[in-house]
Design a protein around this ligand. Structure first.
Ligand SMILES: Nc1ncnc2c1ncn2[C@@H]1O[C@H](COP(=O)(O)OP(=O)(O)OP(=O)(O)O)[C@@H](O)[C@H]1O
Ligand SMILES: [Mg+2]
Length: 251
């Protein structure tokens, strides 16, 4: 059975995220070719590679936001669209497509993470407010909770969207460069937070350019260069001869 195969990163559990032979084109641009990647429960997998190597596209494949042809994508054994509908996947995009002048507070943005859990009335209950407060505290934004989202710095905005993902209490978290523009202290806070979520069973994928932070951030890493070139433990992937394969550096 495919799920019991030991993959390159050494996991034997049934994968939570399974992408097999995914190819994606944007018009004439071939963004991914036959990309295969499985991530097991409670694991943190980093996606690394140069600009344009396909990291964001692979995340969109996992979310079912772009079509793969051919290929297969399963989240907990089901198509990503159904996992998304049930609120099982939280996503922090690389660039938030929001109207920054819209008068929404940080707290309201984080509350949108609770939407899949609210009933048809969309009315937040005490528990939802508590979860939102906790998420704000965990990214150190409690004091800015009432501020309009457009009036935050870039790094604070990133943290607000990480808080929204946390408040969602999803089984799968996909974070596309969550640390871009985030200071070192906040990055360490968020990294610790992600680790504790993984210890509680969440499966996490993070696209990042921060290679030095990888050993403290992730368990395993996938090297991308238009496909998944390599998927192994962080320590294997960051060996210079392996990075050279994806980053085109001289060995
Ligand atoms: N909407 C789009 N239309 C056309 N081409 C696209 C689109 N989005 C991405 N691409 C192309 O697909 C390829 C993969 O892009 P992708 O955004 O997945 O890379 P990435 O690894 O996330 O890069 P970065 O490190 O810059 O975020 C690139 O060649 C990119 O130019
Ligand atoms: Mg990207």
């Amino acid at each position: 059975m495919a799920g019991t195969d030991r993959d390159e990163a050494g996991s034997t559990a049934d994968p939570v995220i399974e992408v097999r032979d995914a190819s994606v084109r944007y018009g004439q641009v071939r963004a991914l070719t036959a990309a295969t990647l499985s991530v097991g429960p409670g694991r943190i997998c980093a996606l690394v590679g140069m600009n344009g190597s396909g990291k964001s596209t692979l995340m969109k494949v996992m979310l079912g936001l772009v079509r793969t042809h051919p290929g297969r994508v399963l989240i907990n054994g089901a198509p990503p669209s159904s996992a998304r509908r049930r609120g099982l996947i939280a996503y922090v995009p690389q660039r938030e497509d929001v109207d920054w002048s819209f008068p929404t507070t940080v707290r309201e943005v984080v509350m949108t993470g609770r939407y899949a859990h609210l009933g048809p009335t969309r009315r937040a209950r005490t528990r939802d407010h508590r979860i939102v407060d906790e998420a704000l505290g965990r990214v150190d934004l409690t004091e800015l909770a009432g501020r309009q989202i457009g009036r935050l710095s870039g790094g604070q905005r990133k943290r607000a969207f990480v808080a929204r993902a946390i408040a969602q209490q999803a089984e799968v978290l996909l974070l596309d460069e969550p640390f871009a523009g985030v200071d070192d202290l906040s990055q360490r806070t968020v990294s610790r937070l992600l680790r504790s979520l993984a210890d509680d069973g969440a499966t996490i994928v993070i696209a990042t350019h921060d290679l030095p932070a990888l050993p403290s951030l992730a368990d395993e890493a996938a090297l991308l260069a238009g496909t998944v070139v390599m998927h192994d433990s962080v320590h294997q992937v960051i060996r210079p001869e392996n990075l050279a394969r994806a980053f085109g550096l001289g060995e």
